[in-house]
Design a protein. Structure first.
Length: 90
């Protein structure tokens, strides 16, 4: 299956300073996470589905922002929640 959601993204300010700190919601509650994901629509940084809170997916369900990327060192991939496909961003 092909995904076209990545084609319509407009450049946004990097969330680098934000993801250097961690998952936005987990930081507020003092919780922990496994890996971080950045919304490519608005820059929100949330924890992955391997984390107990799954804030990146919750962000998609709340906002409808379909695409995110891993912000883990060395990882260059994105995910589309709508089409359920991984995209190489390398």
């Amino acid at each position: 299956m092909a995904c076209h959601h990545f084609e319509y993204l407009k450049p946004t300010a990097s969330a680098k300073a934000s993801y250097a700190k961690g998952c936005e919601e987990c930081l507020k509650t003092g919780d922990t996470w496994v890996h971080l994901r950045e919304c490519l629509v608005c820059g929100h940084v949330g924890c992955c589905d391997s984390s107990k809170n799954k804030h990146a997916t919750k962000h998609f369900l709340k906002t409808g922002h379909a695409v995110m990327r891993s912000v883990e060192p060395g990882e260059k991939w994105g995910w589309c929640y709508v089409d359920e496909v991984m995209v190489d961003l390398g």
